[in-house]
Design a protein around this ligand. Structure first.
Ligand code: ADP
Ligand code: MG
Length: 408
């Protein structure tokens, strides 16, 4: 194993921000959303240039990168151009076709690997991986069944009431249906197009949390503290990170489980694993994202090394250091709804009162450069930092009140 890692490292040299001739080394990103934008910021801080591939000419990451290739993720010419321009390539968008990563890996170092991304893109493969890791970590997924054909709808009574989720392309609660009976399950599966799905038992959630780890090509793993997350309508609304945000046992178990999930994938890069904490204190692993994650945005303002810094380091083969959180933090997602208030309609031109929010000590406002607000669209986020949990929470509650976000 160690010899394998050494061979991989030899084939994949450490990339310094500036090459010997004084030209910036270029990193490539598949996907141009807000995660890509924050990756670009972190990469540029270390002296790298960044090229982004995204079909949207106004993509948030494309706006700040040195170059954007405007094309579909599977466009063969565009992938070749990305491989020619970038010395190493990553992805910021979970549903980038794993095949694009596999093609690029023939040209350049790619992290995370196409294999790891393919597992995270398919809930059936993902849950099978979690079930394998459970033997070591003790943290299993919710009881589930795979539904690939009508006959699979039989013998699922023990999982009801449940949540039916498409195996592929679901995010922010999309591609899911809550079902109480066998009849509802059958109708929901047909409504979802009869595509491969998983049916999970609906669990009594006390809390939700996530853990972000980063793993280098040498196998070194570092992590951020577990984040407590509040979802509304299937979309992350609030992330709170400070000592005592989760029961001690659940926090340390989640950390160990996330590390084991990353190591058993031989993962390279930043990985986020989401968990449920049940009312009896038991921990259940839900899903993973093979990239930096919305619940880790606070790391930019509250930690001495952000999730994006670690993604750049992992991709460039630079050392990963254990991040230290220096401030308690509460992050609020800023959805398009804020621009559409108060009647829920409007043309989206009513800009929220940022001056009032920015008058609060510890306010860090991030807007992603998206021109058109829509309901549920992630337009930005606000991280409130403080010297203590109560300070960060008080600031965040005040900001929520100013913006018309429901208290938490
Ligand atoms: P997505 O890819 O949309 O984030 P998730 O599987 O994370 O899909 O589900 C979205 C949210 O739905 C979760 O954060 C949680 O609040 C709720 N949820 C999902 N699965 C279950 C379950 N088995 N039991 C109870 N709630 C669930
Ligand atoms: Mg989720």
């Amino acid at each position: 194993m160690r010899r394998q890692a050494a061979a991989a490292a030899a084939a994949w040299p450490v990339l310094a921000g500036r090459a010997a001739q004084g030209h910036a080394v270029t990193l490539g990103v598949l996907g141009g959303g807000q995660l890509g934008r924050m990756f670009v910021h972190a990469a540029q801080t270390l002296g790298y240039a960044v090229v982004v591939l995204d079909p949207d000419p106004a993509s948030p990451a494309g706006q700040v990168a040195q170059h954007q290739i405007q094309a579909d993720y599977l466009d063969a010419d565009a992938l070749r151009e990305l491989g020619a321009r970038a010395q190493a390539i990553t992805t910021e968008f979970e549903n980038v076709p794993a095949r694009a990563l596999a093609d690029l890996a023939r040209l350049r170092p790619v992290a995370p690997s196409a294999d790891a991304v393919a597992i995270a893109q398919d809930r059936i493969a993902e849950k099978a991986h979690f079930a394998r890791c459970a033997a070591q970590s003790g943290v299993a997924p919710a009881p589930y069944a795979v539904i690939e054909r009508a006959a699979d709808l039989q013998a699922t009574a023990a999982l009801l009431p449940g949540i039916l989720k498409t195996a592929r392309l679901g995010y922010d609660g999309k591609g899911q249906a809550s079902v109480d009976s066998a009849a509802e399950l059958a109708a929901a599966w047909h409504n979802l197009g009869g595509v491969p799905c998983v049916l999970e038992r609906r669990l009594p959630l006390a809390q939700e949390c996530s853990v972000i780890v980063a793993r280098g090509r040498d196998g070194a793993v570092v992590h951020f503290p577990p984040q407590r997350n509040l979802h509304r309508a299937g979309i992350l609304a609030v992330t709170e990170v400070f000592a005592g945000n989760l029961p001690d046992g659940a926090a340390s178990q989640a950390l160990r489980a996330a590390e084991s999930i990353a190591c058993q994938l031989d993962y390279v890069g930043v990985l986020c694993v989401e968990f449920f904490v049940l009312h009896d204190g038991a921990l259940v692993v839900n899903e993973m994202a093979p990239r930096p994650h919305n619940s880790g945005h606070y790391t930019v303002d509250a930690c001495d090394c952000s999730q994006f810094d670690l993604q750049v380091r992992a991709l460039a083969g630079l050392p990963l250091t254990q991040p230290r959180q220096h401030s308690a933090a509460v992050m609020l997602n800023l959805l398009g709804d804020l621009w559409l208030r108060p009647d829920g309609n409007g043309d989206g031109s009513a800009e929220p009162p940022w001056d009032k929010v920015l008058a609060l000590p510890g306010a860090h406002l991030h807007l992603y450069g998206k021109a058109h607000p829509r309901r549920g669209r992630k337009m930005g986020h606000l991280t409130m930092t403080g010297a203590s949990a109560s300070q960060a929470r008080a600031g965040a509650l005040r900001a929520a009140q100013i913006l018309g976000i429901e208290p938490f």
